[in-house]
Design a protein around this ligand. Structure first.
Ligand SMILES: C[S@@+](CC[C@H](N)C(=O)[O-])C[C@H]1O[C@@H](n2cnc3c(N)ncnc32)[C@H](O)[C@@H]1O
Length: 169
């Protein structure tokens, strides 16, 4: 469901969700380890690659970003965007449409994805299996207590038919 919806809206996603994306991803950056020097990062549900760009800009010493998204069209947007970056940054990024990202990540991030998952507990275990010992998991999502989800669930579903469930903080 999520994948089909995102394949359809990929071309207009950045424009439509510009403010939301900017606010959420900058908030997410506050929760990352101060240094990512030499570290391997997985961005799960990377969408159009905005977080990849921010990571490369603010954490230039990171080793690599592997970015996975099931929606091919969202990845196409990410690829187009990344092609405009300097080569030394592009070389650090691997974009994947399949869950063939291996393991041993220092950091797994997933932003605004959890609410699409019918089996979030399984995904959390999956994230755990991808991390090195002592690695970091950073999840960002809107919660069940957020105003639109609490009072206007029908509206959330209308704007985003792929929405499955939000969680308590
Ligand atoms: C709201 S967008 C967020 C994109 C990006 N993480 C960001 O914060 O800008 C949600 C993304 O989750 C992806 N997605 C949907 N279902 C997914 C799943 N089961 N596993 C991983 N990603 C999924 C969609 O294709 C879409 O690109």
């Amino acid at each position: 469901m999520g994948k089909g919806h995102y394949n359809k809206i990929a071309g207009t996603y950045d424009q439509r969700w510009k403010n939301y994306t900017r606010r959420t991803l900058h908030k997410l950056m506050e929760y990352l380890p101060a240094s990512l020097e030499g570290k391997r990062v997985l961005d799960f549900g990377c969408g159009t690659g905005e977080l990849i760009k921010i990571l490369l800009r603010h954490k230039p010493k990171l080793k690599e970003v592997t970015a996975y998204d099931p929606a091919e069209e969202m990845l196409r947007q990410a690829r187009n965007k990344l092609e405009k970056l300097p080569e030394r940054q592009q070389e650090k990024v691997v974009l994947l449409n399949k869950q063939e990202y291996g393991t041993n990540f220092d950091l797994v991030v997933s932003s605004s994805v959890l609410h699409y998952l019918p089996e979030p507990a399984e995904t959390l275990l999956h994230f755990n299996s991808l991390l090195k010992g002592g690695g970091t998991l950073v999840l960002l999502d809107y919660t069940k207590n957020s105003l639109p989800v609490k009072y206007f669930r029908w509206l959330v579903r209308w704007v985003d038919p792929a929405h499955h469930q939000a969680f308590y903080p």
